[in-house]
Design a protein around this ligand. Sequence first.
Ligand code: ZN
Length: 314
Amino acid sequence: MNQQVLGLHHITAISGNAQRNYDFYTKVMGLRFVKKTVNFDDPFTYHFYYGNYDASPGTILTFFPWSGISKGKRGVGTASEIGFAVPEGSLGFWKARLEKAGIIFNNPAKKFGEEYLTALDPDGLKLELTVVKTSATDSRVPFETPEIDATKAIRGFHNTTLTLRNIKHTADVLTDIMGYRLSEQHVNRYRFVTDAVADAAVIDLVEAPGEAQGVVAGGSIHHVAFRVKDDATEMALREKIAAKGFNITPQIDRMYFHSLYFREPGGVLFEIATDNPGFTADEPLEALGTALKLPPQYEPRRAQIETALPQLIL
Ligand code: ZN
């Protein structure tokens, strides 16, 4: 068994208005705001990180909020859905909560024997809340709020879905490089699972040859990051990916993890990210997300950056 890739590390998406994104993910969905920083490639825009209580890999949803950005489109060549794991018996609570918040959602349905509810975030990003078969043994520590206790709170990712014209070459990357196996298929949805971890272990590939090309912009997923435990594992994996002929970046320091990027054959940007050093690298666990954190290269420009960023009311 290939133990190098430990399921999902994070998923990064693009949103419009920063405050609206913050309000939805913290106040409605009850995620913890675990890091307020800037886009390291464009320091005059935010990079927000949401996660569980201790910001563990496999729970981290991040956004680049760009006010006024054009709307993206789900379609082939994109990651099209983000699946969160929620506790057994919580979907009624979530349905009522989303309704009260004016969020668009569908009534619960079943997929691969698991009950789930689909919702769209304020930018149109497609989310799923799933009662996962293994939810009783999910050991991830939820973030509790006055309105959402541990019996309801999101645990972290269950899966993500990639929509593709043809799944074959993407499936090969998952099985031959990432250590996933095909576990189930229903119509045009193929479920791949890794046995290396218990949670955030699922990638669904949907083959939709007739669907239009997706557009990555507001309300869509920018990239999907897979998790490895350390730098040595990451660099060994880099060799393996390069040997398969993919154009992969050198290792890039993202402050909270170390990253590699390559585009999989179906068109989705994949990242490999390490567990080290983690989100407590520059602030203690209890203070996560409370201050604007900048990487060392931007610290000298802090005043200028703080003035340029939109005010955020926490
Ligand atoms: Zn990333």
